[in-house]
Design a protein. Structure first.
Ligand SMILES: Nc1ncnc2c1ncn2[C@@H]1O[C@H](COP(=O)(O)OP(=O)(O)OP(=O)(O)O)[C@@H](O)[C@H]1O
Length: 446
């Protein structure tokens, strides 16, 4: 750039002399030209006038300028002309391509925040391998393990990892409930467009993640659609990742053709964490949340809550919340007091209204206080009414008792809520499906 820049005036004078330009021609067309950039063998020259000037200059003076440059610098450059507004466009950042397939992911569920222990080492390694080479090695990846052991966390980590490396990847993460409800809606609309849209959505992607796939068991149309979606994606070397609470061989009444596909790739299980891993998870969590909790409290939680990481985290959250609310120090006394009703190792888990509320809230990604609170948005009212319905249906609780639990509501409000859900269940398969899934989450043995 420097040599051309340094000699630019001389180059322009050479054009003037060689072609005997008049003063007016020189000052109008040649003198105002400046160098915008020199890249490799190309010089871009800025024409500070309008389009017509550029057309004229490039037609008439391209060759004379090229020759003058070659004579003075000794290099045969190509040249092009550019207008000021084109420079602005060149400088403007490239419009960000909106990736229509950005999945709904929890930003906290990444490989960085995932604690690797002996219980999940294999599942973690398999997930990382798939994230590094989607569609290439283990397809599908089938993650299985008990409730709250980190399957969703690993699935989201894979999706984040792939998106970070390739932001335009088309990734779809859904729960099997969402998948089933979309199948139901597409069939219900009974026009081809709805089904075509569904198929376009699920078959034109690079990575498909379906969480809690055990819930498609027994749902014929969903299995049928899943079968074709699977075949299309797998045939095109697109990555499929599935999670379930049990291995395919234990999925009774699952069609064999689906079971065999589940088993085509790699099966990786996650076990309950051992004591050291539980401690490491709790330490990581308090560090991420910015708290400092003493070792004896962490050890107390880790030795009493053994099988479920969600409960482990929930216990720590509960202690921190109490300490904040009551302005108390986090110590072992507080931990024992707060966790008294959670830590009951020998007792069989009883289904309580609180447990139903917690499960429904978790399912809809809202908080238990939203359910018992006063908010009236449909995002909250629908889960609240479902919780009322489930308390009635599963516990046979009296309307007044349910009302009390749900933020001191009147029994007529509860009755209205329950009736509304009953009506929606008979009108919409998707609502019935959601209620079924919640019932199974609350009482897996039924
Ligand atoms: N190894 C781990 N390191 C850090 N956090 C973990 C780990 N495993 C699980 N968790 C945390 O435990 C909670 C429950 O995990 P997750 O939702 O992934 O479980 P899941 O197996 O998908 O449960 P479900 O069967 O109910 O769908 C999450 O908050 C997650 O971040």
């Amino acid at each position: 750039m420097e040599i051309v820049q340094d000699k630019w005036k001389e180059i322009l004078q050479r054009v003037r002399d060689e072609h005997e330009l008049s003063e007016i021609s020189f000052t109008t067309w040649i003198e105002p030209l400046t160098i915008h950039s020199v890249e490799d063998n190309l010089i871009t020259i800025l024409v500070p006038s309008e389009k017509m000037g550029l057309d004229y200059v490039s037609k008439k003076y391209t060759l004379p300028i090229k020759v003058a440059i070659a004579e003075i610098t000794g290099v045969n450059y190509e040249i092009r002309f550019i207008l000021p507004e084109e420079v602005k466009q060149e400088k403007a950042p490239a419009p960000v391509q909106k990736n229509l397939y950005v999945p709904n992911l929890n930003p906290k569920y990444t490989f960085d925040t995932f604690v690797v222990g002996s219980n999940n080492k294999f599942a973690h390694a398999a997930s990382l391998a798939v994230a590094e080479s989607p569609g290439e090695i283990y397809n599908p990846l089938f993650l299985y393990g008990g409730v709250g052991l980190g399957k969703t966390h690993l699935m989201h980590s894979i999706a984040h990892f792939i998106l970070q490396k390739n932001p335009s990847s088309r990734i779809l993460y859904v729960t099997s409930e969402e998948f089933t409800n979309e199948v139901i809606e597409a069939i219900r609309n009974s026009n081809n467009t709805a089904m075509t849209k569904f198929r376009e959505k699920y078959r034109n992607i690079d990575v498909l993640l379906i969480d809690d796939v055990q819930f498609i068991i027994g749902k014929e149309s969903t299995q049928e659609e899943f079968f074709h979606t699977f075949n299309t994606l797998h045939g095109a070397n697109k990555q499929i990742i599935l999670s379930s609470d049990r291995p395919p061989k234990d999925m009774d009444i699952l069609e064999d053709r689906i079971r065999s596909r589940f088993e085509w790739g790699l099966l990786a299980d996650i076990q309950s964490p051992d004591y050291e891993t539980r401690i490491a998870i709790l330490r990581k969590k308090q560090e991420l949340d910015g708290y400092s909790v003493s070792d004896d409290v962490i050890e107390y939680i880790a030795s009493n809550i053994k099988s479920n990481i969600r409960e482990l985290e929930g216990a720590l959250n509960k202690i921190i919340a109490y300490a904040n609310l009551e302005k108390r120090e986090i110590n072992i006394d507080l931990a024992e007091q707060v966790l008294r009703d959670i830590i009951s190792p020998n007792e069989k888990k009883v289904i309580t209204p609180e447990f139903i509320i917690d499960t429904v809230a978790d399912h809809f990604d809202i908080t238990p206080s939203d359910i018992v609170g006063s908010k009236r948005s449909s995002k909250i009212v629908f889960p609240r009414q479902i919780a009322m319905y489930l308390c009635r249906e599963m516990l046979d609780a009296p309307l007044t008792g349910i009302g009390k639990m749900m933020g001191d509501r009147d029994h007529t409000t509860v009755m209205h809520g329950i009736e509304k859900i009953e009506k929606e269940m008979s009108a919409k398969d998707s609502v019935r499906n959601t209620v079924d899934i919640l019932k199974k989450k609350i009482n897996p043995s039924k």
